[in-house]
Write a protein of this length. Structure first.
Length: 115
């Protein structure tokens, strides 16, 4: 039984159902040189809870781009967005890190990487 579970997990990993940092880090993000790209949704409570932190970053001069996954399904699929909020940190046009879920402390700390 243990053998089948391990094979199933390997299958999930290689099929793209489980994210690994190496799968998106280094990926080019067109039209964004440096900034923070947030995939969110209007119905998402955690996305709404992040809004004051995103506004604070904007006030500090960060380039913050918010993409609604319901209105931009093609982009959400292209970047394999499986949950919201998903935040990409872009430096020199490439994804250098990301955060999935509500984690304002991590957001504020990783934002320093793109300034």
């Amino acid at each position: 039984m243990k053998k089948y579970i391990i094979l199933f997990l390997i299958f999930l990993f290689f099929s793209g159902c489980l994210n690994s940092k190496s799968s998106i880090v280094g990926e080019e993000f067109p039209n964004v040189k440096n900034g923070i790209v947030v995939f969110s949704a209007e119905w998402c409570h955690y996305c709404k809870a992040l809004k004051p932190y995103l506004e604070e970053l904007k006030a500090k001069g960060y380039n913050v781009i918010i993409i609604d996954v319901d209105k931009n399904r093609d982009l959400a699929e292209k970047y394999n967005i499986r949950g919201v909020p998903t935040i990409f940190y872009i430096k020199d046009g490439k994804v250098i890190d990301y955060t999935i879920g509500y984690n304002p402390d991590e957001l504020m700390e990783k934002a320093k990487l793109v300034k």
